[in-house]
Design a protein around this ligand. Structure first.
Ligand code: CDP
Length: 230
């Protein structure tokens, strides 16, 4: 490969649970015609496998087994028409199964394991293809794509994020309790922000958007304008 080969552009969108990363990333990727990496789905897939195999999380000896799951993850991301994806794990459609709060909680626990993060690193970088990539996660701008030209960090209060998550679950026909959701979100935020490896923090050069009083359209427009000017 010649040294003149240009790397495809990448736009990173990081932030805590319920900050709107998924929706915003999908909309921005559709408008730009770029690929999308939902890195949280990879951690959720590891979590689902851990749940299915009933691997105890509080035992040190489990780490190697979980690392192996992450390394060998047999997953397919099948693109659908509206830029959403069908996620197939070992031949089984798990698109919905990985979205439960239980999976999110276990995901944030396996995400504290350095070996798991390392196992998933190259797989995530493999998503970078022409014409470009929108990468959604917690450490996209800090660890996985530190050279990204535009890095976005979305924030919102736990209250608002809890309400958004409640609506999202309702749309999927899942009943949940707002207080419980907010408690789970705060617990997950603390774990994600305090872990040693790749904690949830904005990159030094990230553009921070507080989405509390912004609509989805507002945020999408802010991101697309920033992209145009980057
Ligand atoms: O959709 P939501 O923001 O609730 O979660 P997600 O993006 O699907 O991520 C689930 C969990 O995976 C997070 O709480 C993080 O602990 C972990 N994660 C991570 O550590 N690094 C990433 N790049 C993405 C997710």
């Amino acid at each position: 490969m010649s040294s003149h080969t240009q790397k495809p552009p990448v736009l990173t969108i990081d932030g805590p649970a319920g900050s709107g990363k998924g929706t915003i990333s999908q909309r921005v990727a559709t408008t730009l015609g770029w690929h999308i990496l939902d890195s949280g789905a990879l951690y959720r897939l590891v979590a689902l496998a851990v749940l299915k195999k009933a691997i105890p999380l509080n035992k040190d000896s489990s780490e190697y087994e979980i690392y192996n799951i992450a390394l060998k993850l047999d997953v397919l991301f099948v693109p659908l028409e509206n830029n959403s994806v069908r996620i197939v794990l070992e031949g089984e459609d798990v698109t919905q199964a990985i979205r439960t709060e239980e999976c999110g909680n276990i995901a944030s626990q396996v995400a504290t394991l350095k070996s798991v993060r390392t196992a998933l690193l190259e797989r995530q970088r493999g998503f970078l293809k022409l014409p470009g990539l929108v990468a959604d996660g917690r450490d996209m701008g800090t660890v996985v794509f530190p050279d990204a030209k535009l890095k976005i960090f979305l924030t919102a209060s736990a209250e608002i994020r809890g309400k958004r998550r409640l609506n999202q679950l309702k749309q999927q026909g899942i009943n949940a309790n707002l207080r419980g959701l907010i408690r789970d979100i705060e617990e997950r935020d603390t774990r994600d922000m305090q872990r040693k490896d790749a904690p949830l923090v904005p990159a030094d050069d990230a553009m921070i958007i507080d989405t509390d009083n912004l609509s989805i359209d507002d945020v999408v427009n802010l991101v697309l304008n920033a992209q145009k000017n980057s």
